[in-house]
Design a binder for this molecule. Structure first.
Ligand SMILES: *Cc1c(COP(=O)(O)O)cnc(C)c1O
Length: 373
């Protein structure tokens, strides 16, 4: 047997990377189907760990992708012009104020790198999407966290106190991942009212299609400072595998700066075509969103019948406190063919994506045993 020296000579060589990276934990994604298969020895999984839309994208997407693949030897449009024009029409904004990225996580990376100088501050509210902290630390930001209330609503009053101090960037994630809680337009207006116009406001609206409660752009325009609203084709549009997100910014000038550090061919031709086709099929989007919301109600009813505490989710997932603990519940459900997301949130919380009706039937049937202490 080969014995590997645990202390190779290489340890004498200093790390070539920036010290800031030593403070970063890599993003931990939901379990893949391959890993679940290895762990549970089966293949018939309901993948409810990553907030994908299991109802799938518009059927028009496959055709559009095939057509885009007629010429794979040609670079994609570096400005995603056709897609930006279509988005501009549907959102009624100037296309020069839109930036397209490989998922909205790409946009988070561009924006943070563009605006944060080492030591500057990012204000956020945990538990929330981990990418803000990851890209923030990579940009050597100082993170200021205003923890959420016991029901995981944003602590608006405490957040306002920090916002008023003028952080370099402030993050509002609504509906929030992993908790599902949403802000109201009034909350956002109150926060903006105390935020200096030297702060960049980043509103992550990855789940907006499930909860269109207010006009984000109007609130931000009325405030008048620099801002970006991030949206994605990964969730309600069902295109997570193709990686397309976009941002609407306060000015074309800000988009111009993001264009300087964005890789020019960041979104493939197939992905641009897919997003364009998905955007055009409004009826498909509305149908899948309505079905997901109805199914979320069915899962919540089952949780209530079991006396299980859960948040008021406005997205395509539920967030619940499990008496068995997150690891045991996730493992028991995995053995039943259901992949869910344990979280490190204190008290023992898991996040479960709403799937197709048959996935949710299976979940509801498995929950009593999976949650039991
Ligand atoms: C899923 C998610 C994203 C990123 O999704 P992309 O696939 O990169 O577009 C961004 N923000 C939140 C809150 C999310 O849940």
């Amino acid at each position: 047997m080969l014995v590997v020296d645990q202390k190779p000579l290489a340890s004498a060589v200093p790390s070539p990377v920036r010290a800031a990276l030593e403070t970063v934990q890599p993003y931990k994604s939901g379990m893949t189907l391959a890993e679940a298969g290895r762990r549970a020895g089966r293949s018939d999984f309901s993948k409810l760990a990553s907030n994908e839309n299991l109802l799938g994208p518009s059927p028009k997407v496959a055709e559009a992708v095939m057509a885009a693949m007629a010429h794979p030897e040609i670079y994609p449009d570096p400005y995603s012009e056709t897609l930006r024009n279509a988005l501009a029409t549907s959102l009624a904004v100037d296309p020069a104020r839109i930036v397209v990225s490989p998922g909205s996580e790409g946009l988070i990376d561009y924006l943070f790198r563009a605006v944060i100088a080492p030591g500057e501050t990012i204000l956020l509210s945990t538990p929330t999407f981990p990418a803000y902290e990851i890209f923030g630390r990579c940009a050597e930001a100082t993170i200021i966290d205003v923890p959420r209330l016991a029901n995981f609503d944003l602590d608006v009053e405490a957040f306002k106190v920090e916002a008023a101090k003028g952080p370099k960037l402030l993050v509002l994630c609504t509906p929030n991942n992993p908790t599902g809680n949403a802000l109201t337009g009034v909350d956002i207006g109150e926060i903006l009212a105390v935020t200096p116009r030297s702060t960049v406001v980043f509103v992550d609206e990855a789940y907006r299609e499930y909860h269109e409660a207010f006009n984000t752009f109007a609130l931000l325009e009325a405030w008048g400072g620099p801002w970006v609203s991030a949206r994605t084709f990964s969730k309600a549009y069902g295109l997570a595998g193709l990686r397309v997100g976009y941002g609407v910014a306060s000015s074309a000038e800000l988009v111009g700066y993001l264009d300087r550090l964005r890789p020019p061919f960041n979104v493939t031709a197939a992905s641009q075509a897919a997003a364009l086709a998905a955007l055009a099929d409004v009826e498909h989007l509305e149908r899948t969103v309505a079905l997901t919301i109805a199914e979320r109600g069915r899962v919540e009813t089952a949780l209530a019948a079991l006396g299980i505490e859960h948040t008021r989710s406005h997205a395509n997932f539920v967030f619940l406190k499990t008496p068995a603990g997150p690891e045991a519940t996730s493992e028991r459900l995995l053995q039943e063919g259901l992949i869910i997301r344990p979280t490190p949130v204190a008290g023992g919380w898991v996040r479960i994506t709403i799937g197709r009706p048959a996935d949710n039937d299976r979940l509801i049937a498995a929950l009593p045993a999976a949650l039991a202490h």
